[in-house]
Design a protein around this ligand. Structure first.
Ligand code: ADE
Ligand code: ZN
Length: 344
């Protein structure tokens, strides 16, 4: 059981989130509404049906099963206002959880395969970015995600098409099914993104091996690893991440749900944290997993995190973010006040 003090800490602490996917985060109730509005036929028709369908697919096929759910539910978005509505729903929820800064992966290729023009998606997201700040005081930063299952040429052309959106997109990432799709396939895309000044990150070592993490670091020159579960199996890799001060943006609940980690007890998060690797915690795809606040509560309880560790991990979300370091003075002041109250 978590102490009341830890619960209060997690609930109230200002938060940053480094790893969450827009397409996997469409609130299910909004997905059903958009499906009805846009006359998109789904295999599921209620929250309960989505839940058991997702559990079945993910239980049976892990990350590959999750990606089927992700692609299916994202198909409800057709118009600029749909894309805007999804991000604004996330921002409203951010305010409730005191998430003040959030890095969102956007996977345009999942929309492109349905014939949606890039401008429709990006203008919806651009408008949401502005309104999120105005309405909810939340800073949204976009990371463009490569669907790693697509060809190197197609991903490169996506990266080049981001040039008109460099005011709103700050990073390049890579996600979707990892097994059978090594990072190195997209070297050209990462070289182009670096020339464009984008921050570089990649999902690696989620259900792929530590060799994929090495390739992302040494060949793609990424500045962050998303997940990185398999890093804990390789002492040299642990040393490398620590010495180079490279963040692993981890999502333990997602990993246990998808089978990337056998259990919380077997999850590599604690090994990396206690070895001195910078780690942060994110929700990945909240409707399937949980909110960031619930994620922190679960991880703190299951892994028996100390108060100091909870604070360090949340602080890392800002300290290792793409552009959220400006929030640190207010964060540190908040923590000092919380600690002072505890000492009374
Ligand atoms: N897209 C959304 N969630 C993902 C995950 N956990 N891994 C890879 N791609 C994703
Ligand atoms: Zn992810």
């Amino acid at each position: 059981m978590l102490t009341e003090r830890k619960k209060e800490l997690i609930e109230k602490i200002p938060k940053a989130e480094n790893h969450i996917h827009i397409e996997g985060s469409i609130p299910w109730e909004l997905a059903l509404r958009l499906a009805e509005k846009n006359k998109v036929s789904l295999p599921v028709h209620s929250i309960e049906e989505i839940d058991s369908w997702a559990h079945g697919l993910i239980g049976e096929r892990g990350l590959d099963g999750f990606m089927i759910c992700d692609r299916t539910l994202n198909s409800v978005c057709l118009h600029e206002e749909d894309y805007e509505a999804v991000v604004l729903a996330l921002a409203e929820e951010d305010k409730r959880q005191n998430i003040v800064y959030q890095e969102l992966h956007l996977d345009y290729p999942l929309n492109e395969e349905r014939g949606i023009p890039l401008e429709v998606v990006m203008e919806g997201y651009r408008s949401a970015q502005r309104k999120a700040r105005e309405l909810y005081g939340v800073e949204i930063v976009y990371i463009a995600g490569l669907d790693r299952t697509l060809s190197g040429e197609r991903c490169l052309s996506f990266v080049k098409s981001l040039r008109p959106y460099l005011d709103m997109v700050a990073g390049l990432g890579m996600d979707c099914e990892e097994k059978g799709h090594p990072c190195i396939k997209h070297l050209d895309s990462y070289q182009e993104a670096k020339r464009m000044g984008l921050f570089l990150t990649a999902h690696a070592g989620e259900d792929g091996g530590s060799d994929n993490i090495w390739d992302a670091l040494r060949k793609l020159n990424v500045q962050r690893i998303d997940h990185g579960c398999r890093a804990a199996e390789d002492p040299e890799l642990i040393r490398y991440l620590k010495e180079r001060d490279i963040l692993c943006a981890m999502c333990p609940v997602s990993n246990v749900y998808s089978g990337a980690a056998a259990s919380f007890e077997a999850h590599p998060f604690l090994t990396l944290l206690r070895a001195g690797v910078p780690v942060s915690i994110s929700s990945d795809d909240p409707p399937y997993t949980n909110s960031l606040t619930e994620e922190l509560m679960t991880d703190a309880e299951k892994m028996n995190l100390t108060e100091e560790e909870i604070i360090r991990v949340v602080r890392n979300g800002f300290a290792y973010s793409i552009q959220g370091q400006g929030y640190l003075p207010a964060f540190d002041a908040w923590v000092r006040e919380f600690q002072r109250k505890g000492a009374d």
